[in-house]
Design a protein. Structure first.
Length: 187
């Protein structure tokens, strides 16, 4: 069982063509560290959305035949989003879902994406390229100075940064498009 814990610091940037941004990353010395893969994410909460109200998140992610449980603590957002993140790979999703239901949690929101990860050798930060039903994004996760340096190398600055969650971005998309929100999934 893989377990990860720590403080996650990240930003998102909306981008256009995926092939162009991936070519730019490679030209700046980044190599693919995790190939493009489909992710299905389910956010769990109480019927009263108590976790959302407190700024916390419980997510179950399915990707590459694995299931990863993630807890995210209350986010501190200024220029970057920083929050506690605890992750563990799960061997029995059915049992975990039964535990969630016994604790009063329900699946509230599903979102899908294709994700490719890039890293530079001997650097801690990660750039992910996310293809979502509402557009393409890169996420830069690492120390703040690393985020700023890499964003600048890619032609972006802090005016391009977003600390908004995919759930909130989806709701904003639905509002602009006059759609009734449901789940952010590929049709």
């Amino acid at each position: 069982m893989t377990v990860h814990s720590g403080i996650e610091t990240e930003i998102k940037i909306r981008v256009g063509d995926v092939e162009e941004i991936e070519a730019l990353l490679r030209s700046r010395g980044f190599a693919e560290s995790s190939p493009r893969s489909f992710e299905s994410n389910t956010v769990w909460d109480t019927p009263g959305r108590d976790l959302k109200a407190s700024g916390e998140l419980v997510r179950l992610r399915a990707t590459q035949g694995r299931h990863v449980l993630t807890y995210k603590g209350k986010a501190h957002t200024e220029k970057y989003k920083s929050r506690e993140e605890l992750e563990s790979e799960c061997s029995s999703v059915d049992a975990l879902q039964r535990v969630f239901r016994r604790l009063g949690l329900e699946p509230m929101f599903r979102y899908e994406k294709y994700r490719t990860e890039f890293q530079r050798e001997d650097q801690e930060g990660v750039v992910t390229v996310d293809e979502t039903p509402i557009g393409n994004f890169i996420e830069l996760e690492g120390e703040p100075a690393w985020i700023d340096r890499v964003a600048s190398e890619l032609g972006f600055n802090d005016r391009d940064y977003s600390t908004t969650s995919y759930g909130r971005l989806y709701l904003e998309h639905c509002e602009r498009a006059g759609l009734t929100p449901s789940h952010m999934v590929f049709e």
